[in-house]
Design a protein. Sequence first.
Length: 97
Amino acid sequence: MAYDPGAIDATLAAAVGDEPALIAELREAFLDSAKAGLTSLTRASDAATWKDAALRLKGLAASFGAVRLMALAGDAALVPVGDVETLRKLRRAVDRL
């Protein structure tokens, strides 16, 4: 799955038009939310909390057109709590936003 760094900006531009300051602000809010979602996953102590956090992150990513993050978060909902490899992939995806 390819990473498209322009997808988020394109999604935001489609939603708010040619407003660079607003796009930057919304992008920052998205990034903050993605980081918070990742933190929720790392703190999850049971399967239900893990799955809920993964699906919230997936929904957030879908809303902003972050396809890779969306797919990884969807996969995370299906693996055991605290799966190290899944968390590593998610951290890398969030860092690339």
